[in-house]
Each structure stands twice: as C-alpha cells, then as structure tokens.
Design a protein around this ligand. Structure first.
Ligand code: SAH
Ligand code: MG
Length: 216
C-alpha cells in the first residue's frame, strides 16, 4: 500500500460491482495470482476514458482481459481496443472472457512480446494503458510514441512499486534493482520530456497520467 490502508479500504467499500462476469474474473485472478488492476483503479480508468472519449485504445498487458473489458464498458460506441499479451497460459483465458462479454468485435487481442508487436502496429492510438513488465516501460516508450495521436493520453500502472520507488537502490532487494532504476528513469523521462505533461497519482500501486504533445 502506498497510501494509508484504512483509506484504501474505505475507498473500496464505496466501489460498486461491475457485474457477474467481472466479479468472476476478479475471483479467478485472486485465486490464480493474476495481477489485475486494483479496485480503485477501475473507476479511475473508466472516468478517464469518459473524459477523453477515445476512438482507439491500446493496452500493453492483457492478462485475462479484466481491464480491457472494464475499459470497453466505458468507451464510446465507435471505439476499439487493441491489447497485447505474451503469456500463453493467460491468452486463452482472456479470449474466453472477451467472448463471454460479447466483445470480440471491440477488443482485438494480439499475442506476442509487446517489444516486437508495438513497432508493427499500423494504427495510431489516442488512449494507451501501459500495464506489462515494469522494467520494460522505458523500452516501450519510444515505440509507443510512434503510435500516439496528438493529445493521446498515456496511463502507466504500478509505477510506485508498492512504495519501493522512494527507497535508495541499496534498500532494494538485489533482484529488483534493475526494475527500480528503470522505473525511476521512466518517471524522470515522462516528467522531463517536452512531448509529455505528466501527473504522478498515488492511486492503486501508483500510476502516471500523461498527455502527449508530440506531432505525429
Ligand atoms: N491489464 C491487466 C493486467 C496485466 S498484468 C488487468 O488489469 O486486467 C501484466 C501482463 O503483462 C501479464 O499478464 C504479463 O504476462 C504481460 N506482459 C509482461 N511483459 C509483456 C511483454 N513484453 N509483452 C506482452 N505482454 C507482457
Ligand atoms: Mg497493473
């Protein structure tokens, strides 16, 4: 928790159910250790989508399709989602969930490593949800910038790493040090590149909300 536990519990107590399918997916995710978005992130994402009203959403990291289905419930009718996942055990589960939600025409799931898939995408996007391997965000960024429409919104999940981000490199377990320094670099870039305006929001596991001002 990066903010007070009781505040998070209180916030959760005010969240509504997102329907039977989402409740079942949430249960599956918890039983199978699938890291889906936190409860308070669901309403945040849905509200951001309704403010932006995107026409093309790109998600990096589908897992079992939970956040994609959640975003689809808030997006305009003319909008579609492309989502990328490389873990072969999760892909059929995600496909099945997308089908159960009746969203096969709205959510396109691409199988593969985002590092290879992103440069090959033909479309440009006006809303991107980055939620894959945290140590890779910094590597995905230039490829994603190539695929952003002007004024695109980029939301990146899990950027404060359960609060570890503020620890010194030596306070971090050795195996997590690379991710730690790459995430700091990522945050530095988003806050300092002239193409982005970025706000770091301590919700869930910490997120960034950025607006792209590049010209493509
Ligand atoms: N957005 C989902 C959760 C995603 S969890 C939700 O909230 O419902 C992160 C996912 O990213 C994992 O399933 C992992 O397998 C996938 N992932 C990690 N690195 C990836 C990469 N390089 N390419 C594609 N998928 C990746
Ligand atoms: Mg996440």
């Amino acid at each position: 928790m990066i903010v007070n536990d009781r505040i998070v519990t209180y916030m959760h107590s005010l969240e509504k159910s997102n329907g039977q399918l989402c409740d079942e997916m949430e249960k599956y995710a918890h039983e199978n250790y699938v890291p889906i978005i936190r409860k308070e992130m669901e309403s945040f994402l849905k509200v951001m989508i309704q403010i932006k009203k995107p026409v093309k959403i790109l998600e990096v990291g589908t897992a079992i399709g939970y956040s994609a289905i959640m975003m689809a419930s808030a997006m305009p009718d003319n909008c579609t989602i492309t989502t990328i996942e490389n873990y072969d055990k999760r892909i059929p589960v995600a496909r099945d969930n997308i089908k159960k939600a009746g969203l096969q025409d709205k959510i396109k799931l691409i199988e593969g490593d985002a590092m290879e898939v992103i440069p090959q995408l033909e479309d440009k996007y006006d809303f991107i949800f980055m939620d894959a391997a945290k140590g890779q965000y910094i590597n995905f960024l230039p490829h994603l910038m190539d695929k952003m429409l002007p004024e695109a919104v980029l939301i990146s999940d899990n950027v404060l790493q359960e609060g570890d981000i503020i620890e010194s490199r030596f306070g971090i377990e050795r195996r997590n040090r690379t991710i730690h320094s790459r995430m700091r670099e990522y945050l530095y870039q988003l806050k300092n590149m002239e193409q982005f305006d970025t706000s770091i929001v301590p919700i869930g596991d910490g997120i960034t909300v950025s607006i792209y001002h590049g010209s493509t």
